[in-house]
Ligand binder design. Structure first.
Ligand code: NAD
Length: 413
């Protein structure tokens, strides 16, 4: 597995086209690639108001106008977080084709998606359009472009799907292997299974010339990290509950998920793209999941987050008047309590039988990446929660979020 320092050798000066760069993973990836010296090109919908991407970029502009002295160097680096970007729809084949032609990328990282299970239930047709035809469109754009161009190195493509692509019969203790049947249950999961199949077909039918193409897919689990503000995700829900002192629901408290710190799969994505470009033995379809000990129930995850929030709060000077302990206790007093530990209490909703189906148990077998890439987990749960809480604190404290994330990345060097 290539460490951050080694990754620099592969990405410095290289053009990386990211679809979905304005999303949660995309935002972290932009900072990470910028740190590695890559030229990042983004193709996504416009960032949501108040999203992490908007915080990353608009926060910088604020700093530019207010402070010109010591921050100026970092601001200069950060304000150009991407080399170029387009806010357009991945369903528009013409749009993505002309963008690929314009950029002439060395690497293509496909992350644009409708990634939410509940939205998939509400808008199945849209979810399939974006997740399936969006994948067709980006691969088709690459095919049309490379057909016409003379390249000395292959273009390295990674399609980011999910751990939910497998047919899941909720067998506890079973960890999915890469060759297990692809058949997600709900529209989101199923559209990602289809996206895998589309990639397989393009790889076999059009991308067989290894001098031109290298292509893989990555199936990662649920990621956690400061700044995710998506709806109906558990840590953002915890953060909003604390921030707004509002009620929150833990939907499936006993569900087990392979949670990871956001940078964990991102570093593996970069490893796959870099190494497969060099040697086709690194192409494949890969599970990127934590070891068994980091597969937690949602309830346990919330407990760890609130604990980290308390710990971070006790050393943080960012929140002047609000002691997070008070925030939590004040919040808790208004809720139905099921569990109390230390000073933090967690609220759990009873299972609602009318809720759409979501798997109870999900774990990935990560032995293939361990064998092929010598993969070793970088972040334990303690680091994960500490880093997550710290970036959320920085958001509340209106700090420069680019620097908050960069500081975490720098600890890896
Ligand atoms: N976050 C997780 O826990 C998790 C877990 C497993 C897999 N994934 C996968 O990782 C990828 C990124 O997830 P995320 O959490 O950053 O999601 P996100 O919702 O934060 O970001 C989605 C990105 O896709 C873009 N996008 C959505 N619809 C689009 C369209 N029609 N045209 C162009 N761009 C469009 C958005 O603009 C945004 O940049 C997704 O493919 C998702 O399925 C995420």
């Amino acid at each position: 597995m290539l460490k951050i320092k080694e990754l620099k050798k592969y990405y410095n000066g290289k053009k990386v086209l990211i679809t979905g760069h304005t999303g949660f993973k995309g935002s972290y990836m932009c900072v990470l690639l910028k740190y590695l010296g890559a030229k990042v090109y983004g193709y996504s919908l416009k960032p949501e108001k108040g999203s992490l991407y908007e915080l990353l970029t608009s926060g910088l502009k604020q700093n530019v106008s207010k402070k010109k002295t010591s921050l100026s160097l970092k601001v200069k680096k950060a304000s150009a977080i991407v080399e170029d970007e387009v806010f357009a729809d991945i369903r528009d084949l013409k749009g993505i084709t002309s963008y690929v032609e314009k950029v002439k990328p060395d690497y293509v990282l496909h992350m644009a998606a409708q990634p939410l299970v509940l939205r998939g239930y509400k808008e199945p047709q849209y979810t399939y359009e974006v997740n399936v035809m969006g994948t067709v469109n980006i691969l088709e754009a690459v095919r049309r472009f490379t057909d016409k161009s003379k390249r000395s190195n292959p273009i390295s493509i990674l399609n980011v799907t999910t751990d939910k692509v497998y047919e899941n019969n909720d067998l506890s203790n079973y960890a999915f292997k890469e060759h297990d049947k692809l058949c997600g249950f709900d529209p989101y999961a199923n559209s990602k299974s289809c996206s895998e199949l589309v990639t397989y077909s393009y790889a076999k039918s059009f991308f067989a010339d290894k001098s031109l193409y290298r292509v893989s897919t990555a199936r990662a689990g649920n990621v956690i990290g400061g700044g995710d503000l998506n709806e109906n995700r558990i840590i953002p829900d915890c953060f909003r509950a604390i921030k707004n002192k509002k009620d929150m629901t833990i939907r499936n408290p006993h569900s087990i998920r392979p949670y990871q710190y956001v940078l964990e799969p991102l570093i593996m994505y970069l490893n796959i793209m870099a190494l497969q470009r060099e040697n086709e033995k690194y192409e494949g379809n890969f599970n990127i999941g934590p070891d068994k000990k980091n597969c937690l129930t949602t309830k346990k995850l919330c407990e760890l987050f609130f604990k980290a929030w308390e710990d971070e709060g006790s050393k943080s000077k960012l929140i002047k008047c609000d002691n997070p302990k008070d925030l939590i206790n004040e919040k808790i007093d208004r809720y139905n309590l099921y569990k109390k530990y230390n000073n933090t209490k967690i609220i759990i909703s009873k299972k609602n039988k009318k809720s759409p189906h979501e798997s109870e148990f999900l774990r990935l077998d990560n032995s293939l990446i361990k064998k092929l890439f010598s993969y070793k987990e970088i972040f334990d749960m303690e680091d994960t929660m500490r880093y997550t809480a710290s970036v959320y604190y920085d958001i509340l404290g209106k700090k420069n979020i680019y620097e908050s994330i960069l500081n975490i990345i720098e600890t890896l060097s």
